[in-house]
Design a binder for this molecule. Structure first.
Ligand code: ASP
Length: 320
């Protein structure tokens, strides 16, 4: 059995002409985070520590939709959410509605380790963060000029679509894709060590122009995030579709009840359970397999395994 790690920086409608100033910093961050995770696994850190470490680093990068860089609600505010799960113990922690917490993923871990509960949201989660001396910053810190612009474009697209006096947009699509990457950028990481211990972590700002109070798939155990003794999964895409498809848990269920391999199980869920254009995931198995399928145009992703395979990619590769 070998160690393996995979991470993502969001799936969605990523234009092939994504400008270099938007592509290169993300690729560089994926590369850096992959190396960080590989080094940590090699130095025998637990998969739980590894996924938290990597997701914190991704949250700190404003090019992704998590932490600073989170997309905005319809009110122009940030409501971050995150989830972490340890496959060994099946312990998990989740948070939603965070407005000031710098690393939502670490707060999710504290919920897992320091409370009798699994999931805290909004004022209660913020109060819990303060009680535990977790790093917080003024809510304005998390709002970037790029996301103010994304929100403006998303609102404009909605307005045009319901204004029947205006001609329909050519493709009827969200003009927030004008920058070539819409709201893409939810982050996640899964890892397995040489003993087959697994962990998963996911963190996000959610969907641009979401209703205030909306909760997506990311913090929902079994939807956006899941780990057990067979595999660890972190999903990205349209939260509502991922929740309906119980995406992360069903990858594990197909392995458990139908005896599918990790790759077969993940491909089946992505192809058959969630409408095209809505989901991507990264997953590793207890035996060190890794898979990163998506049915969107692209997914920012990276992986490495002990046997020397390593990959950083955005669009489908030749074998997909
Ligand atoms: N799944 C996230 C959500 O719906 C968004 C994403 O992955 O891009 O909140």
């Amino acid at each position: 059995m070998g160690w393996a790690i995979a991470l993502h920086g969001g799936a969605g409608d990523i234009s092939l002409s994504l400008p270099p100033e938007r592509r290169l910093p993300r690729e560089a961050c994926l590369r850096h985070c992959l190396q960080l995770g590989v080094d940590a696994l090699k130095s025998k850190k637990s998969p739980l520590d590894v996924v938290e470490l990597v997701v914190r680093e991704l949250e700190n990068n404003p090019h992704f939709n998590a932490g600073r860089g989170s997309v905005l609600t319809s009110n122009g505010t940030v409501e971050m959410e995150a989830c972490i799960m340890d496959g060994n113990t099946m312990k998990c922690g989740a948070v939603s509605g965070l407005t000031t917490v710098v690393n939502a993923i670490s707060l999710a871990r504290l919920v897992m380790e320091r409370t009798p509960h699994i999931y805290l949201g909004f004022d209660g989660a913020e109060a819990f963060a303060r009680e535990h001396g977790v790093e917080t910053l003024d809510a304005s810190h998390f709002v970037t000029p790029e996301n103010i612009e994304r929100l403006k474009q998303a609102k404009e697209a909605n307005r045009v679509q319901i204004d029947y006096t205006q001609p329909m947009q050519k493709n009827g699509k969200d003009t927030a894709t004008a920058n070539g990457d819409s709201q893409i950028g939810t982050v996640g990481c899964v890892a397995v060590d040489n003993d087959g211990n697994l962990a998963a972590a996911t963190s996000t700002g959610g969907l641009v122009n979401k209703m205030v109070g909306r909760i997506g798939d990311t913090p929902i155990i079994g939807a956006g995030t899941y780990a057990n003794s067979l595999c660890a999964v972190s999903a990205t895409g349209t939260g509502e579709a991922i929740i309906r498809g119980t995406v992360a848990r069903d990858v594990a269920a197909l392995m458990e009840f139908k005896g599918l391999s990790l790759e077969e199980a993940a491909a089946c869920i992505v192809k058959e359970r969630v409408p095209k254009g809505n989901v991507g995931l990264v997953a590793v198995s207890a035996t060190g397999e890794v898979t990163m399928p998506f049915n969107t145009t692209g997914m920012f992703r990276a992986c490495a395994t002990e046997d020397g395979h390593s990959e950083i990619a955005i669009w489908p590769s030749m074998k997909d």
